[in-house]
Design a protein around this ligand. Structure first.
Ligand SMILES: NC(=O)c1ccc[n+]([C@@H]2O[C@H](COP(=O)([O-])OP(=O)(O)OC[C@H]3O[C@@H](n4cnc5c(N)ncnc54)[C@H](OP(=O)(O)O)[C@@H]3O)[C@@H](O)[C@H]2O)c1
Length: 336
């Protein structure tokens, strides 16, 4: 483990005046409206100093929630290792001010026990994650994706056991639709460990979140955290003038490919950018405000590649309200 070395990191004293927080569902736990995920740009292939600078700036702005998963990297596991290093260097004294989450569900190691949703996989994976991050417990542990072949009871009993063992304080699910969320919430309620939150994709170009899911989460007291609210960078000014080399679409082996940056998308992005400017916001800020407009939403979970993006995105909370005309104008662009 790396020991803290001078100059020690002293977070901004006004950090809790910079952010707003919402309770997750019926729980008491408040999450920042903007949370930071470590899926991209925090792997072994990325610069540790940039990662450290982004995490420090985020915390300075009151972003208390950092989201990880067993497989984030590349290579898989390296985002947790890097986070563990930075935690040790900068954030150890502030552990109790942080909500750290991790997940298991996607492929992590070979053989029948290295992915999906069995008790065997989930418990082994969390133990590995805790070692990589140098933590005794995470704040939220997620099942990362529904498993069609494991009884939901087994997966939920494993989550309940993890909380009882003290390895996670709360549990969540990710990529669960309304019906799966209802079933998971019921089983966990019966076990005595409430379902804290569902983590799902939601942005202007992807209406995966339907009214049924919003209602289900509200009725069951389950929070909602929306991932990729910027459509991995499309809903920003990043691609207005082509595909920069250092962008996600410009880099190899990412899920945002140059072919997603279509003429049709760019035409819409330009019009959305105009609407955002009319609100005195950047497009990224308007895209974040747009997902946070639902009363069922708890937090927007962003990614960043630079400190300036942390600043820009966190400032979205300065204008979260939309007029009916603005919402209609956005819908009209999206329907084109
Ligand atoms: N549960 C799941 O299955 C799942 C799946 C995916 C993601 N997630 C979580 O969600 C987090 C966020 O996902 P994401 O990275 O796809 O989110 P995103 O916020 O939609 O996209 C992040 C990218 O947008 C660009 N960007 C961010 N802020 C910007 C700004 N203010 N101005 C201009 N460009 C900006 C950057 O692109 P460049 O890199 O090009 O600069 C950044 O890497 C992940 O880290 C992970 O924690 C969960």
């Amino acid at each position: 483990m790396v020991s803290p070395v001078p100059p020690y990191y002293l977070p901004a004293e006004n950090r809790y005046q910079q952010m707003q927080y919402r309770r997750s569902g019926h729980s008491g736990l408040q999450l920042p409206l903007i949370s930071l995920g470590l899926w991209h740009n925090f792997g072994g292939v990325d610069t540790l100093e940039n990662q450290r600078a982004m995490l420090r700036r985020a915390f300075d702005l009151g972003i208390t929630h950092f989201d990880l998963a067993n497989n984030y990297g590349p290579p898989p596991g390296s985002a947790e290792e890097n986070f563990g290093r930075i935690l040790q260097m900068d954030f150890r004294p502030f552990r109790d001010e942080l909500i750290i989450s991790t997940k298991a569900g996607y492929y992590m190691w070979p053989g029948p026990y290295g992915e999906w949703g069995t008790r065997k996989y989930l418990i082994a994976s969390l133990d590995q994650s805790l070692k990589r991050m140098g933590l005794d417990y995470v704040d939220i542990f997620y099942h990362h994706r529904p498993d069609p072949n494991t009884p939901l009871e087994e997966t939920m009993m494993a989550l309940d056991q993890i909380v009882r063992q003290g390895k996670a304080l709360y549990v969540g699910v990710s990529n669960y639709n309304a019906e799966q969320t209802r079933a998971a919430a019921r089983i966990l309620r019966e076990l005595g460990t409430p379902l804290l939150i569902n983590q799902v994709v939601y942005h202007m170009f992807n209406r995966w979140v339907d009214p049924d899911l919003l209602d289900t989460c509200e009725e069951n007291g389950v929070g909602l955290i929306f991932f990729s609210p910027l459509a991995q960078g499309l809903l920003t000014n990043r691609y207005l003038n082509g595909i920069p080399e250092d962008s996600r679409a410009g880099k190899p082996n990412t899920f945002l490919r140059p072919e997603h940056v279509t003429e049709q998308n760019i035409a819409k992005i330009r019009k959305l950018n105009d609407i955002a400017q009319g609100r005195g916001q950047t497009l990224a800020q308007m895209a974040l405000a747009w997902v946070l407009r639902h009363s069922a939403s708890t937090s927007a979970l962003i990614g960043t590649s630079k400190v300036s993006q942390v600043d820009d995105s966190a400032a979205a909370i300065k204008n979260l309200s939309f007029s009916a005309d603005e919402l209609r104008a956005i819908d009209a662009v999206l329907a084109e």
